[in-house]
Design a protein around this ligand. Structure first.
Ligand SMILES: C[S@@+](CC[C@H](N)C(=O)[O-])C[C@H]1O[C@@H](n2cnc3c(N)ncnc32)[C@H](O)[C@@H]1O
Length: 289
């Protein structure tokens, strides 16, 4: 995990200098082609938990190594997008040579125009400016639960869920450092706003519980109230479309776990004392106009 902000900023600065040096050396206006070492490719795909159910999209796919590895070693489907036609040709050839041409496809396209809506995993090795510019697209177009794994650069505002540091001697020549930094994010569902819990306590008992969430990416804060006033709600967490919080109702503290699907969330609630899980759901209250 990133231990503190200063440490993270320092890592960021060092990595920026590394790839920035390559940009200067190549005197290119666009993002240069610098391949991710194979050992880092393997770790990125492991960190994202890539498997046969995934569609992996590499934005700026170079020689296709991330997508070819995802298809060959992790049995995933993959699409690489690169603006350089020659690299698209090379990646297509590499996929065919590795026997995964049917599951690893490459498109000549600007990554900002690529359709990423079906991706369950996005891989990135792009400069910080690209990371920042891609952030709104990633949040808008990817489904909740999609994973984003990046080599060396992160999004300044959106803290990663996981971080790892590797020592990779072969990076020294191209990047000026042996260090490789890996970042992982899970796209969160949108819960910001007011919700109402529907929970049938039994005949004639339908308490009205109002929930309100404040959200910043995957970080959420919740408050709850019923007709009698504020209720205790603690430890609310959001991972993709999975939501979890502890709400005290009367003498019991219930753990609510559920899935978010647009304007509805539903799941089961249990007390610490055990007992049968109780189904619950909540619906979003449209903001007043
Ligand atoms: C640092 S390399 C990463 C290659 C590969 N993902 C890897 O990790 O080995 C960045 C790649 O992005 C491509 N690229 C640069 N600008 C792009 C854009 N606007 N859209 C798509 N690809 C772009 C470059 O051609 C290059 O292949």
């Amino acid at each position: 995990m990133i231990r503190n902000k200063i440490g993270a900023r320092l890592l960021f600065a060092v990595s920026c200098l590394a790839l920035a040096a390559v940009v200067q050396a190549q005197d290119l206006e666009k993002l240069p082609y610098v391949p991710t070492p194979q050992i880092v490719v393997d770790e990125m795909l492991k960190m994202a938990g890539v498997n046969a159910n995934d569609l992996v999209i590499d934005l700026g796919s170079g020689d296709g190594r991330l997508i070819v590895t995802a298809a060959r070693n992790f049995k995933a489907n993959g699409i690489g997008v690169d603006i350089d036609a020659k690299l698209v040709e090379l990646a297509t050839r590499n996929a065919r040579n590795e026997g995964v041409g049917d599951r690893a496809k490459f498109l000549e396209q600007d990554m900002f125009k690529a359709d990423i809506s079906k991706a369950s995993v996005i891989t990135l090795y792009v400069l910080p400016d690209f990371m920042e510019r891609l952030r709104p697209k990633l949040l808008r177009e990817l489904k909740p639960g999609a994973r984003i794994v990046a080599h060396d650069y992160y999004m300044s505002d959106w803290h990663p869920d996981r971080f790892a540091e590797l020592t990779v001697p072969e990076k020294k020549a191209a990047n000026g450092t042996e260090k490789a930094y890996l970042y992982l994010w899970t796209v969160p569902a949108v819960v910001q706003g007011d919700w109402r819990i529907n929970w049938d306590f039994g005949p004639g008992k339908l308490p009205v519980i109002a929930l309100a969430f404040n959200q910043r990416y995957q970080m959420i804060n919740a408050s709850a109230a019923n007709g009698d006033g504020a209720m205790e709600i603690v430890n609310s967490t959001l991972k993709g479309d999975d939501i979890d919080f502890f709400l005290t109702i009367g003498a019991n503290k219930y753990r609510f776990s559920g899935k978010i699907q647009g304007d509805r969330m539903s799941g089961n609630a249990v007390t610490g004392a055990g007992g049968k899980p109780i189904p619950w759901s909540a619906t979003k209250i449209a903001p007043e106009k």
